[in-house]
Write a protein that binds this ligand. Structure first.
Ligand code: S3P
Length: 455
């Protein structure tokens, strides 16, 4: 496994400029959420796990390194990643701090996974990750008997955990819509005796539940009359290695998808997109905006719904995005805002409080980037309104260095604004492209193959 490099890399700006019609077919890299979990659960389960289609982004490779540091054997053989796991309950104390780089999912899920072990584990990350709140995961872990020996102010990284001799199972109502928090508690429960119940009032991506059941965990999900999910998991059971085919990442698909909608004349096919309903909010919204997105060849792959997407340039109109849709498109708001910048009328997005605690404060970063490139928008505490300019007229940076977008170590801010530059009147520049490698290392090559001008 190659060591991820971005944290030592110098920032490198990139600019995107008006492009001819995009055309061609691209195959998406693997889903980031499923790839993290494949490494984690494979490293934990007894026996062999084989993974194809894994996202080889820096974030996921960090998770692989962490699992190796706790005893799993992980290697790549041809197209396949092969893991020999330790067996549930048998992770080893890592000899050094686990460095998660930029990865919120890797770090938060691993805190759950190892927090309940009677050993010491230290978590470190880059400047972005060190600013993000970890209390949302530490609070339920504390209830299970985990000690937080050391943490930066506000329960931030670097931090050190020590689990109890025997963890306590809990009933826990997740206070914010967060798949990471839900997952951390479920993973902590694997090493606690008895049944832990996670109560999820607003459904978030369900990859942890689905995949743990596939690995043999005793887990059941019940949705009550109010739509609240009750996930019961029995700890200390056996997990057995699996064969996993990772579908393509819909959150990465979002960038070529919006690019094709806004660049006149475009007609592209994006192959292999995961269509799990907890992840398709962006497609639903773009279709409501008038986007031409055809779902081709819907099929099952690796236990998930997958399809190819044919996307053609479209005249978009602004819509109001209901707040209850936010969990199914939480990572896609930055690029939705770019689509909205090219739509007729205004797009209203509400219920965005979680955007404040992503790789950057995405609400502020998007609003600043839009304003710097001539887009009329208004930012509220948890909402954003974008007023579009249908042909991209007047949009883009003004003069030398004018309009440069500050990406704040956030891959999705970088990719979103580069997509904007493909259809704006003037080029759009971002201050750093290096973070793109955390989630979508193929972005520049795939976009160039479609005809996008990014340099
Ligand atoms: C993820 C959950 C989401 C999402 C992140 C991946 C996951 O985070 O933003 O990119 O794989 O569980 P939250 O749980 O903080 O919403």
């Amino acid at each position: 496994m190659n060591a991820p490099a971005h944290s030592s890399a110098q920032p490198a700006p990139a600019s995107a400029s008006r492009s001819q019609a995009l055309s061609g077919r691209i195959r998406l890299p693997g889903d980031k959420s499923i790839s993290h979990r494949a490494f984690m659960f494979g490293g934990l389960a007894a026996g062999e796990t084989r993974i194809t289609g894994l996202l080889e982004g820096e974030d996921v490779l960090r998770t692989g390194e962490a699992m190796k540091a706790m005893g799993a054997a992980i290697e790549k053989r041809g197209e396949e990643w092969v893991i020999r796991g330790v067996g549930n309950g048998c992770l080893l104390e890592p000899g050094a701090p686990l460095d998660f780089g930029n990865a919120g999912t890797g770090s938060r899920l691993t805190m759950g996974l190892v927090g309940t072990y009677d050993m010491k584990t230290t978590f470190v990350g880059d400047a972005s990750l060190s600013k993000r709140p970890m209390g949302r995961v530490l609070d339920p872990l504390r209830l299970m008997g985990v000690q937080v020996l050391d943490a930066a102010p506000g329960d931030r990284m670097p931090l050190t955990l020590h689990g109890p001799k025997r963890a306590a199972p809990i009933d826990y109502r997740v206070p914010m819509p967060s798949a990471q928090v839900k997952s951390a508690v479920l993973l902590a429960a694997l090493n606690a005796p008895g049944v832990t119940t996670v109560i999820e009032p607003v459904m978030t991506r369900d990859h942890t539940e689905k995949m743990l059941a596939g690995f043999g965990a005793s887990l059941e999900v019940e949705t009550d009359a109010e739509g609240v999910r009750h996930i019961r998991i029995e700890g200390e059971g056996k997990l057995v290695g699996q064969v996993i085919a990772v579908p393509g990442d819909p959150s990465s698909a979002a960038f070529p998808l919006v690019a094709a909608l806004i660049v006149p004349g475009s007609d592209i096919v994006i192959e292999n997109a995961l269509m799990n309903p907890t992840r398709t909010g962006l497609i639903e919204t773009l279709v409501e905006m008038g986007g031409s997105i055809e779902i081709l060849n819907p099929r099952k792959a690796g236990g998930e719904d997958v399809a190819d997407l044919r996307v053609r340039h479209s005249e978009l109109r602004g819509v109001t995005v209901p707040p209850q849709r936010a969990p199914s498109m939480i990572d896609e708001y930055p690029v939705l805002c770019v689509a909205a910048a090219f739509a007729e009328g205004q797009t209203v997005m509400e219920g965005l409080e979680e955007l404040r605690v992503k790789e950057s404060d995405r609400l502020a970063a998007v609003a600043a980037g839009l304003a710097a490139n001539g887009v009329d928008c208004t930012e509220g505490e948890s909402w954003l309104v974008v007023r579009g300019s249908p042909d991209g007229k007047g949009l883009g940076g003004r003069g030398l260095g004018g309009g440069t977008v500050a990406t704040h170590l956030d891959h999705r801010i970088a990719m979103s604004f580069l997509v904007m530059g493909l259809a704006a009147e003037r080029p759009v520049t971002v201050d750093d492209r290096t973070m793109v490698a955390t989630s979508f290392p193929e972005f520049f090559g795939l976009m160039a193959g479609l005809g996008a001008h990014i340099e």
